[in-house]
Design a protein around this ligand. Structure first.
Ligand code: CMP
Length: 137
């Protein structure tokens, strides 16, 4: 593994609920380094690219509507095994099933409005981060 980077997004529900600081704080305390960070309202095109693997699924249109419904905070984090470490810290997709101690387990009760998104593989990281940070390798 070694040191790697991952793409993380605080979704519109996380921003609206005032959880940006809480989420970033958890990653910082874990020892992950913030390489890039910004708040933005994403376009439909950006949302469709971010979630291209889910195109055609029953929840796809609703998901695109949701992530474009308000501002999000996107970031690149770096650290040892960052992709797996962040996935463990955010917990399973469904907030109702995510264990306490994970971000979704502590703050989400929904499968769609689940506070955060994070890359699930190095390939996903490569595809996802350039949508928002085209200048970062
Ligand atoms: P995320 O980890 O960002 O990846 C895809 C997103 O689709 C997921 O989090 C949820 O926000 C959303 N989603 C909505 N319904 C479902 C579902 N039934 N299964 C998986 N993801 C879903």
């Amino acid at each position: 593994m070694g040191v790697e980077r991952t793409f993380v997004m605080v979704k519109p529900d996380g921003v609206a609920r005032g959880l940006v600081g809480e989420v970033i704080s958890r990653f910082e305390k874990k020892g992950l380094r913030i390489i890039a960070l910004k708040m933005l309202r994403m376009s439909r095109e950006q949302a469709e690219e971010l979630y291209s693997v889910h195109r055609g699924k029953p929840f796809y249109n609703s998901l695109v509507d949701f992530v474009t419904s308000g501002p999000v905070v996107v970031m690149i984090l770096e650290g040892e095994s960052a992709i797996d470490v962040v996935r463990i810290m955010i917990g399973p997709t469904d907030g109702r099933k995510a264990p306490p101690g994970t971000i979704r387990g502590d703050f989400a009760l929904s499968i769609q409005e689940n506070i955060v998104h994070a890359s699930d593989s190095p390939e996903s990281y490569k595809r996802e981060h350039v949508i928002f940070f085209p200048d970062v390798e």
